[in-house]
Design a protein around this ligand. Sequence first.
Ligand code: LLP
Length: 437
Amino acid sequence: MGTEHDAPDTRQGVPSSPFHGYVNGQLTSGGVPLASVAEQFDTPTYVYAPASIDARYRAIDDALSFAPHLIAYAVKANGNLAILKRLAALGCGADIVSAGELHRALRAGIPGSKIVFSGVGKKRDEICAALHAGVKSLHVESAQELDMIETVAKRVGARAPVSLRINPDVDPQTHPYIATGLHSTKFGIETEEALQLVPRVVASPHLEMVGVACHIGSQLGSATPLEEAVTLLGRFALTCRDLGAPIREIDVGGGWPLDYGHEAVPYPGADVFGQAIRRGLEASGALALGAELITEPGRSLVGEAGVLLARVVYVKERRKRFVIVDAAMNDLVRPALYGAYHAIQPVSEPAPSEELSPADVVGPVCESGDFLGRDRLLPPLGPGDLVAVRCAGAYGREMASTYNARPAAAEVFVEDGVATLVRRRGDLASLWAGEES
Ligand code: LLP
């Protein structure tokens, strides 16, 4: 099945959005012409329209209105403090995978009571920090990790709230790098083994089994695998309850998809995913437990909000046209890493008379894999022109590096016609911070 990662780049769609579009021939985000953002903050710059985040949050919130629920934003999608604060103000919690993400979430005002801790490799000090922060639950990924959590809890005199994360062996039909619910991946505990751990958790004075969890993958192409996984998770929850675990929460993971604009058929909407979760909980009988439903969306909350704004440096016309821009794979690695599609638009709207022709939009990094888009139909472009790479709010700046000693891009919020810097551009000193004594 095709996903946004493996679909050929020849489909050239642009996602429709009330937050980004041409106004009087100028691409505008959050009411601000992107040309003026470039003038004010230079390029490359990540530009986010936070009203998009609000709208996405509300759509998921509505889709889950059938049960008491918590949306625990997957901080890994974009941990910018301004974004986390925005989500915190909406009542959002956080799904974290490291002490760093824990402290980001806390710093943004998300209380520990709304934070769940996922990830296969939680270290002793990270578990300790999570217990001190009073997190809602730690998602246990192995028997060894359970031992470690128990040991740390005993030492600090706490009772650790834990959820067992099962690996339901469901194929999420997504890119293999972001499929996590198959037995062939490192994630979760196989259900049989997890069941054997339950009596031990229930008996421990240092552990409390508050819930169950799973996450089958990111960018789910259909809600059917999610329904299947939630049904299995619900059954597991009921068995755990029978074994004496309180089970106050059922965490169904993330995976809510985002249209990147080139899909032959649009991804199912939030309402469809909400219904799939509901059906899974009903089919298993777990809805009757009255447990809090938790979901961990990342991309679907913040992806559409973001645009990576870049400026053309040079154009090479050879057998093919290369538009060399000042953003590169170090800024947005998704095209290079997964072959992911991101729509690329010229900031000045092409006139109807302008002919579009294919171009590879590439960065200055010294790798052939350094491209943002291939064979894109674009108007004539020259040095100084601006382009916007769409749907870059999730796994964009967050996965950036300083490869080729390229300082990190700036980040800007655009709202009600006003642009505000939310993270300044990396400077030269940031490149060698920590290297000089
Ligand atoms: N919960 C857990 C336990 C996860 O591992 C993830 C994503 C999420 C939630 C959020 O998934 P989302 O709602 O964003 O689909 N770098 C890749 C995506 C990696 C996702 C890893 N885990 C990309 O750029 O496509």
